[in-house]
Design a binder for this molecule. Structure first.
Ligand code: A3P
Length: 345
């Protein structure tokens, strides 16, 4: 796969330090508008609120604002480089956390994780690692910004594995780190997040749609299965992580991450407690407490940085779902994942 030359500084460096503010999706469209892409017929069948936000693209639900970026990426706007690392996830499954962990792990040479000047103390993780869909929606500016980042570069996507360009999915020079989460907790997190811009949204609506496959990153079973299967086929290029496992052993997963990206912790780093330092720096409590990550911390137009830090635990679904709802979603997931070796039970 084609591999371009990188600038001489060693990455990853915070995206915002090189390219300025992260791309902003702008305000929510006020009215459903179905005339802007080929998925109009499918989108038209959705209730109005979902229609405003989602588009059916190549068998996957994509946030409407991301469709131009996805198309551009698939049409070749993304020029891969040896050492690129793509963080992939469904919405609300710990992307912010993974961005922080991966950045702190890969950049630990330039930025010691216990140092007072660490970028994560002044920047939200989304300002350190950009979303590709948002970046490439910005026309040629996106390619220019990606090109300005030193290697190894870190970037993120919510795209399903099935719609990644071959420059990512079939490229031994590019690694993918995936994070997913119990879908019940994902939906609760998604509901809380979406209610910030749609206060009257009922949890039952989010739940019903998701059971039918309609959600951000949906169908959720296809999202996880795509990366699960890829990680089984190619464990050296796709690392499959689970939010709950990282909660149980953050430092152990920092070590996994470091090994996977080809930067295992040295004996000296182990003796110095570097994995634990990274886990501490990126912990929910530490990040949420920073001024940049409070409600006032500027984020996008719709979501302040504080919106990405709510509860940070596993099992909140039990406070929102009836046992019947939980059984139903579990059954849907079990049926869809049957035979794959993957389970969320
Ligand atoms: P909850 O809403 O359950 O609290 P994403 O980053 O993909 O948008 O996911 C957001 C979820 O990850 C939210 O879950 C958020 O609180 C949680 N989260 C964010 N940062 C975290 C961290 N450092 N550690 C653990 N969870 C974190």
């Amino acid at each position: 796969m084609a591999t371009a030359n990188a600038p001489s500084v060693v990455g990853p460096v915070p995206f915002a330090d090189v390219c300025g503010a992260r791309p902003d999706p702008g305000p929510l469209p006020k009215e459903p508008d179905d005339d802007d892409d080929a998925s109009a017929a499918t989108a038209a069948a959705l209730p109005g609120d979902a229609r405003r936000r989602l588009r059916w693209y190549q068998g996957t639900w994509v946030a409407r604002v991301c469709v131009p970026g996805v198309v551009a990426i698939r049409q070749g706007s993304f020029a891969p480089r040896r050492g690129d690392v793509v963080l992939a996830s469904p919405h609300k499954c710990g992307t912010t956390w993974l961005k922080a962990l991966a950045f702190a792990t890969m950049a630990r040479g330039a930025y010691p994780p216990a140092g007072a000047g660490h970028p994560l103390l002044r920047l939200n993780p989304h300002d350190c690692v950009p979303f590709m869909e948002m970046l490439f929606a910005d026309g040629s500016a996106g390619s220019r910004k990606m090109g300005a980042l030193p290697s190894p570069r870190l970037m993120a996507t919510h795209m399903h594995h099935a719609i990644l360009p071959a420059s990512i999915s079939n490229n031994p020079d590019c690694k993918i780190v995936y994070i997913c989460r119990n879908p019940k907790d994902m939906l609760v997190s998604l509901w809380h997040f979406t209610r910030r811009v749609q206060p009257d949204l009922a949890f039952s609506d989010v739940f019903e749609h998701a059971c039918e496959g309609v959600s951000f990153s949906g169908p959720i079973w296809d999202h996880v299965l795509g990366y699960w299967n890829a990680s089984k086929e190619s464990p050296e290029t796709v690392l499959f992580l689970r939010y709950e496992e990282i909660l149980l052993d953050p430092a152990g997963n920092v070590r996994r991450l470091a090994r996977f990206v080809g930067q295992p912790l040295s004996p000296a780093e182990e003796a110095a407690g570097v994995a634990e330092d990274i886990a501490r720096l990126c912990s929910f409590e530490a990040l949420r407490g920073l001024e940049v990550n409070t409600a006032a911390g500027s984020g996008s137009l719709l979501f302040p940085n504080g919106a990405y830090f709510r509860r940070g635990q596993a099992g909140d679904w039990a406070n929102h779902m009836t046992p019947e709802m939980a059984r139903r979603l579990d059954a849907v997931m079990e049926e869809k994942l049957r035979g794959s070796g993957l389970s969320f039970a």
